[in-house]
Design a protein around this ligand. Structure first.
Ligand SMILES: Cc1cc2nc3c(=O)[nH]c(=O)nc-3n(C[C@H](O)[C@H](O)[C@H](O)COP(=O)(O)OP(=O)(O)OC[C@H]3O[C@@H](n4cnc5c(N)ncnc54)[C@H](O)[C@@H]3O)c2cc1C
Length: 396
């Protein structure tokens, strides 16, 4: 996005990437359906950036979710709004979009240099960059550089986070990269693990108290994994869950297995005589509670708990599942942490390194999935490019 804004302003652009081709994570984002943005109001949209709302809102004001949709259309790709308000390219894929975009950038004159691993930067009058490449070390002198090196998740797609110490050497403050939109570890019994890993928990409501004691909850789906739990509702709460684990060593997730039924109704139904039926059958017949949901109940409770109907119903509505760690950052959809906004001016230029700008996931913000990640990446790319244009004007 930065390259596009700059080349359209008549500035020569050279784009370097360590990988053999660009946009590998962008392509991966398209695998399960590329959710590029969300159709909710701007006021609602920006709430998803948590503590960094103000910083990201300033970026999105210059390239809004609406602008992003129009930009996709300008590439000849239609978009649609899903039932949940999420915005997708019509065919849900990233590849046609990336192809059309790269074609447009190349035609406009952007020079691509692949397999160039950025190694260092020095700033005097100009910005000097050092790269390693298959042809040896390459030095480049330019008027300005925009670093858009990604976070730390899925490093095999190029975003290794190897840039962190390189910027710290220049006293740039970087908050540690941490997994975001990630799965969590739970110590399941061998029986539960073997029987239920890979199974979806459909329509549950999960909740957690954040560090300020505010209850954060999500209704939807998640999946039991061999090592714990992951999926939509877990990703949405991942920032709160992660921070609780970091401060207390573990966190208890409350799982409402039957969010559409009140506890009183559960008590009424389960209090019906069950005759010779086993408790498992009674739960299935009266509440439709079976399969992985019933398995989770057994996993987290003692046998005696099934004799006390009122307590059992409380547990069905708020089953405590202890999460002990995040899954590794390598598996996370995105990362939190990065170059702190306090190290940057409003154009995203590093204060200690005039002429060096930053954009994308390498900045210190995080957001849930739902198009919020790409939207902020695009917007920050545009803001950094506008900052470069301004700086070049001032230098003339
Ligand atoms: C499985 C998955 C699904 C996702 N789905 C969605 C989704 O549906 N919607 C959404 O909004 N977001 C989604 N995301 C997140 C989104 O893809 C990222 O937030 C976004 O791609 C980040 O863009 P970026 O340009 O900041 O970094 P990246 O896309 O990570 O790009 C960084 C680039 O920098 C290069 N690089 C890094 N270090 C160096 C170096 N030292 N020298 C040279 N080059 C370097 C890398 O090779 C890479 O090409 C998903 C992510 C994953 C992993």
């Amino acid at each position: 996005m930065a390259a596009e804004v700059l080349i359209n302003a008549g500035i020569q652009v050279d784009l370097y990437d360590a990988m053999p081709s660009v946009g590998r994570k962008f392509l991966m984002a398209g695998k399960g359906g590329m959710n590029i943005s969300h159709a909710e109001s701007f006021e609602q949209f920006v709430l998803h950036y948590g503590d960094r709302k103000e910083n990201v809102e300033a970026l999105l004001k210059l390239f809004s979710p609406e602008d992003l949709r129009n930009w996709v259309h300008s590439l000849g790709i239609d978009t649609f709004i899903g039932t949940s308000g999420r915005v997708f390219p019509k065919d849900m894929k990233a590849a046609p979009l990336l192809r059309a975009w790269l074609h447009r950038l190349r035609t406009a004159g952007v020079n691509f240099h692949m397999r160039h691993q950025w190694q260092d930067v020095t700033v005097k009058n100009k910005v000097n960059l050092g790269f390693s490449s298959p042809n040896g070390n390459v030095n480049v002198t330019c008027d300005a550089v925009i670093l858009a090196l990604g976070g730390g998740s899925w490093p095999k797609l190029g975003s290794t986070g190897a840039w962190v110490p390189l910027l710290e050497e220049h006293n740039v403050h970087v908050s540690p990269l941490k997994p975001s939109n990630c799965g969590f570890e739970v110590t399941w019994s061998d029986y539960f693990k073997v029987k239920f890993s890979g199974q979806p928990l459909k329509s549950v409501r999960v909740s957690v108290k954040d560090i300020d004691g505010v209850v954060r909850a999500q209704t939807g789906e998640c999946v039991i994994t061999e090592s714990g739990i992951e999926g939509g509702v877990i990703y949405a709460l991942s920032a709160f869950l992660r921070e609780e684990i970091l401060s207390k060593g573990s966190v208890t997730l409350g799982v409402d297995l039957l969010p559409h039924l009140d506890r009183d109704i559960l008590i009424k139904k389960l209090s019906k005589p069950r005759g010779k039926a086993s408790m498992a059958n009674h739960l299935r017949k009266q509440l439709g509670l079976d399969g992985v949901k019933a398995g989770l109940l057994r996993e987290c409770l003692l046998s005696a708990d099934f004799e006390n109907i009122e307590y059992l119903c409380s547990m069905i509505k708020h089953l405590p599942v202890k999460l002990i760690a995040t899954r590794p950052i390598e598996e996370a959809i995105s990362s939190a942490g990065g170059v702190s906004f306090e190290s940057l001016n409003t154009s995203l230029m590093i204060s200690q390194l005039p002429g060096v700008f930053c954009a994308g996931e390498m900045l210190d913000w995080e957001a849930p999935t739902g198009g919020y990640l790409l939207s902020a990446c695009f917007a920050s790319g545009k803001v950094a490019a506008l900052g470069v244009i301004q700086k070049l004007k001032e230098a003339c």
